[in-house]
Design a protein around this ligand. Structure first.
Ligand code: CTP
Length: 426
């Protein structure tokens, strides 16, 4: 006798994958609005902070009270309220949402979104938010197939990069048969989870990051330093943390973070701290500007200017931290360096990549005004050991950091795949 197929049970009550995620659930006026209640409940049980926003027509189908009860948050319906607050709460919500999910999305709402009309609270919030927008259309098959709707959906998908959760084929509420039935709650949940959790690409990875510029003391008051602000390193560490990595930041600049920050001053202190952590790390991103030289001897007293006309400082070479680690790194570790160059960006970065046995190097041209040191933006070229080269135009350091971790995550994925294949062969 054929064994019954095992039923897959998702126990959302004991697992909160969407914890700390804010979902703005938009509901427009179609019969599928009643399914938004189930969706609200499921999202909340999955740990999300859910805030429902209803269009006026949605209230013809369900009441705000249903959504308020299920989301455990007030439901927003009115665009214009007499509020004591100078900044309406819904605008804050639009800003803090991780994702805006509109389910169901009617033909009318889709048309408004495609043209930027914002004549109610929901459409206004969509326009005011930078969050990813996901829509689950639900309508009569003829309405869905109408060229106007198809064109509007194409605009949302291709121009605005909204994610459209495809409607299903079946019998719709009015009795017609065809595509137009809202996707199942399970598939909407899966799409939302995939969207919100897709960037958790570094779970179970230990990422070590260095930031800032080292200071090499000359005497108790003076040092040799450089212009590094540490901002690129902080962006790198924050991006890794947001992807679920266990992060340790070794920095010359004190910052408060949710992950451990080890503050160091000199290249030697940085070397010591990095070497202590490296063995247990899966990835090291050496963003710090490490001084290549330090004074051979440090005066214990302040050097007085009237002692002589000239002051000659004798310098000695500092250890090249990443170079030393490039010699001992294991195959399962990723080493990423930075190269700040004032000329010959690609040639110099490529030679450092090879010489230091790095997996990848991020080159930035420090001769370009307004970017790099101290700035919130940078423009870089990313070179990998395999010979790929990718130039990123001026963008925020955080966006660059995210791009770097897209590449690093993919390297980890390939490594794991390769490992799996090796184990399989054994
Ligand atoms: N680096 C390091 N230890 C040093 C110097 C640099 O670990 N003593 C690392 C930096 O953190 C960076 C990479 O090496 O990730 C390249 O640093 P960079 O200063 O651009 O190159 P250098 O090797 O110092 O060469 P040069 O200063 O001659 O350009």
């Amino acid at each position: 006798m054929k064994k019954p197929a095992k039923k897959r049970v998702t126990n959302l009550d004991s697992f909160s994958p969407l914890e700390n995620k804010t979902v703005l659930l938009g509901v427009s006026g179609g019969i599928a609005a009643y399914k938004a209640c189930d969706l609200a409940s499921m999202l909340r049980r999955a740990g999300a902070d859910v805030h429902a926003v209803m269009t006026p027509n949605a209230r013809q189908f369900i009441t705000p009270l249903s959504l308020t009860t299920l989301t455990r948050n007030p439901t927003h319906c009115e665009q214009y309220l007499d509020s004591a607050d100078w900044r309406p709460e819904h605008i804050d919500l639009a800003k803090k949402a991780d994702v805006i999910l509109i389910a169901p999305a009617t033909a009318d709402l889709i048309a408004k979104l495609a043209t930027g009309i914002c004549d109610d609270l929901l459409t206004t919030m969509v326009l005011a938010s930078k969050a990813k927008v996901m829509i689950a259309p639900a309508m009569n098959p003829n309405m869905l197939n109408h060229p106007a709707t198809q064109q509007n959906l194409a605009i949302l998908q291709n121009r605005f990069r909204y994610e459209v959760i495809a409607p299903e084929v079946g019998e719709v509420a009015c009795g017609d048969y065809g595509a137009g039935k809202m996707a199942t709650i399970e598939s909407i949940m899966a799409a939302v989870a995939a969207r919100l959790l897709s960037h958790q690409t570094l779970v179970n990875k230990r990422v070590l990051v260095t930031a800032g510029g080292t200071r090499e003391p000359i005497d108790p008051v003076r040092f040799i330093g450089n212009r590094s602000s540490g901002k690129m390193g902080f962006a790198i560490a924050d991006a890794a943390y947001a992807r679920g990595a266990e992060v340790t930041l070794i920095s010359t600049v004190e910052v408060e973070r949710a992950y451990p920050v080890i503050v160091v001053e000199t290249a030697q202190e940085m070397q010591e701290a990095v070497e202590l952590e490296f063995d247990t790390s899966d990835c090291l991103v050496m963003t710090a500007a490490v001084a290549d030289f330090r004074p051979l001897s440090v005066s214990s007293q302040k050097i007085k200017k009237n002692e002589s006309e000239d002051l000659l400082l004798e310098l000695t070479k500092n250890p090249d931290i990443i170079d030393l680690l490039g010699r001992v790194k294991r195959k399962d570790q990723i080493l990423c360096g930075f190269a700040a160059e004032s000329e010959g960006l690609v040639t110099n970065a490529a030679s450092k990549l090879k010489r230091k046995n790095l997996d990848m190097i991020i080159g930035n041209d420090i001769s370009v005004p307004d970017i790099g040191f101290g700035s919130d933006d940078n423009a870089v070229v990313i070179l990998t050991q395999e010979g790929t080269r990718e130039s990123l135009p001026r963008m925020s350091k955080r966006a660059i950091a995210d791009h770097i971790f897209d590449i690093i995550s993919e390297r980890f994925r390939l490594m794991e795949e390769e490992n799996g294949a090796t184990v399989g062969r054994d």
